[in-house]
Design a protein around this ligand. Structure first.
Ligand SMILES: NC(=O)c1ccc[n+]([C@@H]2O[C@H](COP(=O)([O-])OP(=O)(O)OC[C@H]3O[C@@H](n4cnc5c(N)ncnc54)[C@H](O)[C@@H]3O)[C@@H](O)[C@H]2O)c1
Length: 256
């Protein structure tokens, strides 16, 4: 989709892949709305662009998200693309991680998707066009020790987006769920502040641009699932056909 003059809405656009996506669309001449709780990050995203507009929105708050989407439509016009990248990623062993943290993960990573989808998608479906991009993760495909809370949210994101896609398959809206391996972004600080599973540490790390480019290629090819990176498709197949081997590998890596 050529983006000049179109309207994009990026959640989590104050950092990492959301920031990269927002600036890339702005360079192409789109009007870009950014939702985040990180106001400093959003200011950096908007640096040098008059066509990037930050909105302080907590993606886990249903009323706030629905009101903010209406505001974007009033400010910029109908939305042509949504990319939901907002997330948190504290890790830990399930019985040792605070249950409140595990539920907060679900509220932001999964609840945020529910909020943005129900706020922004009905208009896109009614207009019969647009792109809906949902950030899951390899962690939503391959279960990892010490990261269960996060993996559960990304599995939920993947399933929700897949059903959303099938329920609106003939609407004219293009859907993409992206499942990246580790990507070099500030999100990793949250893992480092808790625990970094050895299995994850030993894999490849992508740059944000590689992920954003793969999403674009998938949308153009009409592919629903974006699996960027050399090892990602292999990992996807291993989980599908050799789940026992994947678990064995995970236990060996963490040593328990
Ligand atoms: N970095 C990775 O290794 C990796 C790998 C696979 C998938 N992902 C997924 O990609 C997406 C983007 O991740 P990233 O690495 O760019 O992360 P990031 O931490 O760089 O950016 C995420 C942004 O979400 C915002 N956010 C957090 N809670 C919020 C809330 N309640 N309301 C609004 N905004 C909120 C943060 O402030 C931050 O600006 C996430 O969904 C993440 O789970 C990341």
């Amino acid at each position: 989709m050529a983006f000049k003059g179109k309207v994009a809405l990026i959640t989590g656009g104050g950092s990492g892949m959301g920031q990269t996506a927002a600036r890339k669309l702005a360079e192409q001449g789109a009007q870009v709305a950014v939702f985040d709780v990180n106001e400093e990050g959003m200011a950096k995203t908007a640096e040098g662009f008059a066509n990037v507009r930050p909105y302080r929105v907590d993606i886990s708050n249903t009323d706030e998200v629905h009101a903010a989407v209406k505001q974007v439509e009033a400010d910029l016009g109908p939305i042509d693309r949504v990319a939901n990248a907002a997330a948190i990623m504290p890790f830990g062993k399930l019985l040792e991680q605070d249950p409140k943290v595990q539920l907060k993960l679900m509220d932001i990573n999964y609840g945020g998707l529910v909020n943005i989808a129900t706020a922004a998608l009905p208009g896109m479906v009614a207009r019969g066009s647009g792109d809906f991009i949902s950030f899951s993760s390899m962690s939503g495909i391959i279960p990892g020790l010490l990261m269960g809370g996060y993996c559960a949210t990304k599995g939920a994101v993947q399933m929700y987006t897949e059903i959303l896609y099938h329920e609106n398959m003939h609407s004219g809206v293009r859907f993409c769920v992206v499942c990246p391996p580790p990507v070099a972004t500030p999100l990793w600080k949250q893992a480092e502040d808790t625990v970094v599973p050895r299995l994850v540490e030993s894999g490849e790390t992508l740059q944000p641009e590689e992920v954003i480019d793969d999403i674009e290629a998938c949308l153009e090819k009409g592919e629903f699932m974006s699996l960027p990176g050399k090892q990602t498709r292999t990992g996807y197949r291993m989980r599908r056909f050799l789940p026992g081997f994947v678990w064995k590998h995970a236990h060996k890596a963490e040593g328990f």
